[in-house]
Design a binder for this molecule. Structure first.
Ligand SMILES: Cc1cc2nc3c(=O)[nH]c(=O)nc-3n(C[C@H](O)[C@H](O)[C@H](O)COP(=O)(O)OP(=O)(O)OC[C@H]3O[C@@H](n4cnc5c(N)ncnc54)[C@H](O)[C@@H]3O)c2cc1C
Length: 483
């Protein structure tokens, strides 16, 4: 194991501009470029940051909405009689909750800044995935209960009642198609199936959710007992759908287009950092208006013939400069591999900044734990976060360490510590991220804030080790590179 600790001079509390390591943010970028990137890091503008919605606030709003949906059903149901009535009533409540739930799922993915900043994209994606599983189950239960309830009331069998519902009730056929679409998307999104499907295939299949929502919408207003004779309910229900549609169109389409017009992102150059790892330098203008923070990421769409149709998330690997940004990419597949061939002048759409992996100065010491390409956001944070910072960087071989010179320069300039933990477990002779090792590398570890980014296995192991070393859960923050 190589464990190198570097410390030079007393630690200084400083912002991005206060020590040479951070001033050099753009300096090692002597990558081919048509114009040199600025060396000026962008000062933070905390006053202009959008509001953040925390997990509790978001959950409270979602639950309050669900309660209102149940109240709406209660209000529109004069009474429930017999088995058929109970089954139908339960089916109606679940149907309403489905109609509300899909709106919540889409809103979580609408890129609404207070949610993105407050919860972080990976938590939103986890909530979306978990909520999706519930909604698909509710859709199936809604369909079964309604058919069964109607059949019981009409003293018919469920097959003939299904045929009646499909052929004689307005928009039930479309809603059934929507239900099967959602079920199919749910199955493809299950972890086991997802691993076998290419990300792009899964993503484009996922877009059929919008079709399913559109198909089911008119069914809700045409058949839902809560809406048929309640104009106000129809109005507010439609307003809820319209609001989320506008949010999606605005934040996912209009904002990136406007952002391109304002900032004119384009490739300045590409630089090899190590085996299969490159840095891409992106130039433009008015970057101070981006309000990007170290630790955040953008979704990048590179406008070349083969790459324009998909956007991929990559974190900033250096503090944002006033007219240059840097991302660092490991070759993981077709897209990341193709980035090595980007040419200066290529135009780029950048959607962001996103992510809540943005440490604030808590007054505590900070330990940053990076694994592999997870170093990228931590590299930017390491250069800019005030206070005493220790960086632990785990890699399987010396060749896989990227930014070593930069990290040493930053550590020396700000009086911080870097530990490189290099080699396989067998070579090292044990677990390099065990609680004992972590405690020995970081004195007073249990008093510190911890930020972890790396492959999912390493991240979970590191989080467990930090907990075992006494760091409370709320002081452990991690970013996942998988949605
Ligand atoms: C918040 C975040 C920040 C990231 N930052 C970095 C970074 O700084 N450097 C870096 O090298 N990698 C980063 N990644 C990972 C990077 O986005 C993927 O490795 C890359 O998109 C792989 O695409 P591919 O076509 O080359 O590989 P593929 O073989 O197509 O995909 C490999 C895996 O990457 C994920 N992936 C693929 N496409 C996307 C997409 N459009 N959106 C989300 N995930 C996708 C999937 O989990 C997939 O299984 C980040 C990911 C996230 C979610």
């Amino acid at each position: 194991m190589t464990s190198v600790a570097r410390r030079s001079g007393p630690a200084r509390h400083a912002g991005a501009e206060a020590y040479p390591g951070s001033r050099r943010e753009q300096a090692p970028h002597a990558a081919p470029s048509r114009r040199p990137p600025s060396a000026r890091p962008v000062p933070a503008r905390p006053g202009n940051r959008p509001a953040r919605v925390g997990a509790r606030g978001a959950l409270a709003v979602i639950i309050a909405g669900a309660v209102m949906v149940i109240v709406l059903w209660w209000h529109s149901t004069p009474g429930v009689h017999g088995l058929g009535g109970w089954l139908t009533g339960a089916g109606e409540v679940l149907g309403l909750l489905c109609g509300y739930g899909v709106v919540v799922l889409v809103a979580l993915m609408s890129r609404l800044p207070p949610l993105e900043r407050g919860l972080g994209t990976d938590k939103l994606a986890r909530w979306h995935a978990m909520g999706g599983r519930y909604i698909v189950s509710l859709v199936v239960a809604h369909g079964l209960l309604i058919v069964w309830g109607y059949a019981a009331t009409a003293h018919a069998n469920v097959v003939s009642e299904s045929a009646t519902l499909l052929t004689q009730y307005p928009d039930v056929l479309m809603a059934t198609v929507a239900g099967f679409l959602l079920l199919g998307i749910g199955i493809v999104s299950m972890r086991a199936a997802r691993r076998r499907v290419r990300y792009e295939t899964w993503y484009f299949l996922h877009l059929y959710t919008y079709l399913a929502i559109a198909l089911a919408f008119s069914h809700q207003l045409a058949d839902g007992a809560a809406f048929v004779s309640n104009l106000a309910a129809r109005f507010w229900w439609s307003a809820m759908y319209l609001t989320v549609l506008v949010l999606v169109l605005w934040y996912r389409i209009a904002v990136p287009l406007l952002s391109y017009r304002r900032h004119r992102f384009e490739i300045l150059g590409v630089k090899a950092e190590g085996p299969g790892v490159i840095s891409v330098y992106i130039g433009g203008r008015r970057f101070e208006e981006l309000d990007a923070e170290p630790g955040q990421f953008f979704r990048w769409r590179f406008l070349t013939r083969s790459l324009w149709w998909s956007s991929h998330p990559f974190s900033l690997s250096a503090a944002p400069g006033s007219d240059a940004l840097r991302i660092t990419v490991k070759n993981m597949g077709d897209h990341s591999q193709a980035l090595a061939r980007l040419r200066p002048g290529t135009r780029v759409f950048a959607e962001g900044p996103y992510g809540a992996f943005t440490p604030a100065d808590s007054g505590r010491g900070v330990v940053l734990l990076a694994g592999g390409v997870g170093i990228t956001p931590l590299r930017a944070i390491f250069a800019t976060l005030p206070g005493h910072v220790t960086l632990i960087y785990r890699a399987s071989s010396e060749r896989d360490l990227v930014f070593r010179d930069e990290l040493d320069a930053i550590a020396a300039a700000r009086g911080a510590t870097v530990h490189y933990l290099v080699g396989s477990r067998t070579e090292i002779g044990g677990d390099p991220l065990s609680p004992r090792v972590l405690r020995s590398l970081v004195p007073g570890l249990d008093e510190q804030e911890a930020y972890v980014c790396g492959p999912s296995g390493m991240t979970s192991a590191a989080v467990r080790a930090l907990r075992a070393a006494g760091v409370p859960r709320q002081r452990i923050h991690f970013e996942s590179f998988e949605f």
